[in-house]
Each structure stands twice: as structure tokens, then as C-alpha cells.
Design a protein around this ligand. Structure first.
Ligand code: F6P
Length: 553
């Protein structure tokens, strides 16, 4: 992989010029000038996901220059390097091969590394299949002989968010099992969970790639304590505790028997791991064949990303447009706005994906970067947002590029039910209306109405428009589509990292936070009860106050 700083490319200089001459052009004008704008700036994926990026502050020239930027930073080589298993995660000395969990793109016979991966993946999938079928069919029983009714996933970050978004978004495909996600060590969360489950009918999945994450281990050990208090005998853990990890040694030390350990590998990054055994909650929830559909959908997106010309490549275009806004317009955030209840938490998932991957300030040449890396990603249910934060979108002083995500069909066995269609049509009317208003505003319409009626408030009612957005219109939320959608964002993140000359697959900032918290934990619990004095005055003061109030409480 070449390490080219984007700002020293010819394309970057061209884009700077483009920005100067283009920054005040209104989207209204662009649509008037080009009648084919919708056709030219949209991509249809598998007839299942339609990506419309015409409501962006771009034209053909800008897209060409952005694509030149991708070319000059050797994105194509980087894609090939990742797919053929080169160790592109340089700072951790690892390959990045989560795509191979979902199927192949390349001829694996030519590549030992990929062949080896395929064997491991097949063994793992087989084990996931038979385990999940046993649990779902009630063959796997708890220690008192009762069937499993509840599954608790104990994990955080990538060992939580991926399975969670999939299970949530694929609710119509779920079986009888109830799912709970324990990520937070906040005791309130823990106690809440205990009230909802019966230990003898609950399966605990300890999901941790490293098996070293403080939050996950604290929760796992506490659950184990509760469990043993009731079950009395350690051997009963075999019916209730499953580990998913790369660290087999620690999983065994915790008390999980070998057969109950599902292995993952160092070439699967935490935030890219839902396709591996970290996806066991998904398999348990929607069944193995649906999980295979997720993999198939993702594999199809892999192929699209690998094979499509950049001009027609959704992840690449998404990445480039975001770079354009973040670096040239200096728009600092991107809002993800699902118009689908099933997808309401997708912004959380995408936050980790984008911000943990590309939230970096050192480039691949080990130099401090002088441009913007990842924007702040945020968002939430679009329809709720309309009555909360959209006012700022429309008339605030900041410009926030948006990803609108909505679906055409709803999951309802009786699609003709009048209220179902009515609700969904109303919901989607808002989806279309918002991106339209953001792009085109209302100046003319309002001006005419207000002037005629002599409304002195008319100036307050103007919406200037020219606010960019992507519309991602999905035919229906299915396992296949969810696989494609998440893979699409993964590849967008990867493309952005490559172009911005960033190592996207480490997270040293987060690692340091983990260490610091462990150190402070030992200070809080210091048996000698010494006053803490090795931090700055604020941190010392806060910890000492915490210790004081803790005793009084
Ligand atoms: O949040 C930091 C992080 O390292 C993520 O990258 C990872 O997904 C999460 O912690 C959990 O890590 P693990 O699966 O090893 O417990």
C-alpha cells in the first residue's frame, strides 16, 4: 500500500480551485442546468439499494477530480492488497480479511493465506450452525433441563454493536429467543438485566476478541458469581456459558469449556467482526440460513466494491463526497437519519465504524496530518429528529450533510392493511420532503406568499436550501440487504482511510483509555487509602472527592 498524503496530490490542488469557484453555487441551479442529474448521480445496487447522491454540492468536474484523488492515492492497489490478505494493518502487523468471512471474490486456490482462512471459516460456520440449531430447537438445555429462552450477549464496542444492529433491524425474522445486550458496567444496567432473566434458562455469550476488556470481564465475572450462587456447581456453567474470542487461554481460565469456545482471528477487526462468530447472537436470533443471507448480501457488496469503476462504486463515491465536505467546505459532521424503526440505532454502529477507524491525526508516514480525517458521525431516527434537531439543519448556521436511509416495503404479512401502508407512506413522504427542502429551500414560494400577505415575519420563514444529502432507498430490509448495507459503509470507511493516508484498523487512543481506567481503578481501591496525587489537580481532586463521598455513602 502506498502512503501518499492527499494534500500533495494534483487532484487536491484542483479541488481547492473547484471549491473556490463552486462554493456559492446553489443546488437549484445545478438541477436546472442538468436535466439528467438524478440519472447521472445515482447508483442502483442489485435492484435492492438505490443510492442517490444528486442532492450534493458536486458536478461532473468535481466528481472527476475526486476520483483522481482516489487514483493518485492508489485506492485501487489498496483494495487489492486488502482483498489478497497483505498485512495492511501495519501498526498491529495484521491482515484485514473480514470480507473473506462472507465468501470469496478472488480465486483462493492461488493464495495460501486465503485458502487457510477459508478452511477455518468453514469449520467455524459449521460449528455455529449446529450450536444455533440445538439452542433454537430446544435440544440444548440449561442445567435444570429447561429449554433456553433468553440469550445475553456480554460484550462492548464491535463485540456488541454489530450483532445488536443486525438483531434489531431484522426483528421480523426473529424466533422465540429473547435477546439482551450487556455492554455497560453501570450497575443499573446490570441489575435491570438480572430482573428480566431466569438464570436456568439463559445462555451467556461472552464476546470479546481479546478477552481482556475491562467492561466485558467485569460483567462476565459478576454474572458467573450470580450463576454459581444459584447453580452451586461449576460444571453447570457448561450449559450456560459460551465464549467468542481470539484468546482461548483466557476464555478457558474464566471457566468456559473448550467445546463452548468459538474462535475468531487477529485478521478480523473488532468493529468488522459481526460476520465471524461474534455474529452468534444473530445466528441464534434469525437462524443460520438467514445469517448466510447476510453474508451473501455483504459478499455481493464486496464484489461491487472490488469490481466497479470508481464512478459507479457506491462506497468510493460516499467516501469522496464526505472528504469533499469535511476538507474543503469544512462541514464537520455527518448525520445518519434512518426512516425505518428497525434501523433506528444504525448511527451508533456507524459511529464506531467511522470514528474509531479514521479518527486519527497521524498519517501512514507517521507524520501529523494537517487536514481533516473523519467527520463526527451522529444521528438518529429521522422522523423523531424532525421534531428535535432538524430546525438547525434547515435554518441554523451550520451545514450538516445527511445520509437519509429509508425503505419502500414494510414487514407486514398483510401489506394491504390500510393503516400499515398509510403509516409507511406518511413516514416516507417525510423522507422525500426533508431532502428536497434541505436541497432547494423555499425562498421563492415563501417570498411570494409572504409578500402578498404582507407578513412581516416572512424573513424568518425562509429556508435557503443548498444543504447536501445522500438518499439511500432500500427496497426492503432483509438479511441480504442488511449485509450489503453494512458492508457498503465498511468499504466507505476503508476508502476514506486509504485516501486520507490513515491506518484505519488500529485504535490506540481507545487502548490508552482502557489502561488509564485500570490504573485509576487501583487508586480508588488502594488498601492504604492514600490521597491520589499523581494526576493533574482536576483529576486528583475529582478522584479524591469520589473516594471521600464513597465512604460517607
Ligand atoms: O472500544 C475499543 C475496542 O478495542 C473496540 O475496537 C472493540 O470492538 C472493543 O474494544 C471490544 O474489544 P474486545 O472484543 O476485545 O472485548
Amino acid at each position: 500500500m502506498k502512503n501518499i498524503s492527499p494534500i500533495f496530490t494534483k487532484a487536491w490542488k484542483n479541488l481547492e480551485r473547484n471549491y473556490q469557484s463552486f462554493k456559492d453555487v446553489h443546488m437549484k441551479e445545478m438541477f436546472l442546468r442538468n436535466k439528467n442529474r438524478f440519472q447521472e448521480f445515482s447508483i442502483n445496487f442489485d435492484d435492492k439499494i438505490f443510492f442517490d447522491y444528486s442532492k450534493n454540492r458536486i458536478d461532473q468536474k468535481i466528481i472527476e477530480n475526486l476520483i483522481d484523488l482516489a487514483k493518485e492515492t492508489h485506492l485501487e492497489d489498496a483494495i487489492k492488497s486488502m482483498f489478497c490478505g497483505k498485512k495492511i494493518n501495519v501498526t498491529e502487523g495484521r491482515s484485514v480479511s473480514h470480507m473473506h468471512l462472507r465468501g470469496n471474490i478472488l480465486d483462493e486456490n492461488q493464495n495460501n493465506f486465503l485458502q487457510n482462512i477459508r478452511e477455518k471459516v468453514n469449520i467455524s460456520l459449521k460449528k455455529m450452525k449446529s450450536f444455533s440449531e440445538d439452542v433454537i430447537q430446544g435440544i440444548w438445555r440449561g442445567y435444570t433441563g429447561k429449554k433456553i429462552t433468553d440469550v445475553v450477549n456480554i460484550g462492548i464496542g464491535g463485540s456488541n454493536l454489530g450483532p445488536k444492529i443486525m438483531i434489531q433491524s431484522l426483528k421480523p425474522y426473529r424466533n422465540h429467543l429473547r435477546f439482551h445486550f450487556l455492554s455497560n458496567i453501570d450497575v443499573e444496567h446490570f441489575n435491570d438485566l438480572l430482573k428480566k432473566i431466569h438464570l436456568e434458562t439463559t445462555l451467556f455469550l461472552i464476546s470479546s476478541k481479546t478477552f481482556r476488556t475491562q467492561e466485558t470481564l467485569t460483567n462476565a465475572y459478576s454474572i458467573k458469581k450470580f450463576f454459581l450462587k444459584k447453580a452451586k456447581n461449576e460444571k453447570h456453567m457448561n450449559n450456560h456459558f459460551i465464549a467468542i474470542s481470539m484468546n482461548i487461554h483466557e476464555a478457558k481460565k474464566f471457566g468456559v469449556k473448550s467445546e463452548n469456545i468459538f474462535k475468531i482471528w487477529d485478521w478480523v477487526g473488532g468493529r468488522y467482526s459481526l460476520w465471524s462468530a461474534i455474529g452468534i447472537p444473530i445466528v441464534l436470533s434469525i437462524g443460520f440460513s438467514n445469517f448466510k443471507q447476510i453474508l451473501a448480501g455483504a459478499n455481493s457488496m464486496d464484489r461491487h466494491f472490488y469490481e466497479s469503476d470508481f464512478k459507479k462504486n457506491i462506497p468510493v463515491i460516499m467516501a469522496l463526497i464526505e472528504i469533499w465536505y469535511n476538507n474543503f467546505f469544512k462541514f464537520e459532521t455527518t448525520a445518519v437519519l434512518p426512516y425505518n424503526y428497525c434501523l433506528r440505532n444504525i448511527p451508533n454502529y456507524l459511529q464506531q465504524l467511522g470514528m474509531e477507524s479514521n479518527g486519527k491525526n497521524i498519517d501512514r508516514n507517521h507524520q501529523t496530518i494537517s487536514y481533516q480525517s473523519n467527520p463526527i458521525i451522529w444521528g438518529g431516527s429521522g422522523i423523531d429528529g424532525q421534531h428535535a434537531f432538524y430546525q438547525l439543519f434547515h435554518q441554523g448556521t451550520k451545514i450538516i450533510p445527511c445520509d437519509f436511509i429509508g425503505s419502500v416495503c414494510v414487514h407486514d404479512s398483510d401489506n394491504e392493511k390500510s393503516f400499515t401502508r398509510d403509516h409507511h407512506d406518511r413516514l416516507m413522504s417525510n423522507f422525500f420532503a426533508q431532502s428536497e427542502i434541505l436541497a432547494f429551500g423555499n425562498i421563492k414560494k415563501e417570498q411570494n406568499i409572504c409578500k402578498k400577505s404582507n407578513d412581516i415575519l416572512y424573513i424568518h420563514k425562509f429556508l435557503f436550501g443548498n444543504k447536501p444529502s445522500n438518499s439511500i432507498l432500500i427496497r426492503k430490509i432483509t438479511p441480504y440487504v442488511m449485509g450489503s448495507l453494512i458492508a457498503m459503509y465498511e468499504h466507505k470507511t476503508f476508502s476514506q482511510g486509504v485516501i486520507l493516508n490513515i491506518f484505519s484498523f488500529d485504535q490506540w487512543g481507545v487502548e490508552f483509555g482502557k489502561k488509564s481506567a485500570n490504573y485509576i481503578f487501583s487508586e480508588i481501591n488502594d488498601p492504604l487509602k492514600k490521597k491520589v496525587q499523581y494526576h493533574d489537580s482536576s483529576t486528583n481532586g475529582l478522584i479524591n472527592l469520589y473516594k471521600k463521598w464513597k465512604i460517607r455513602y
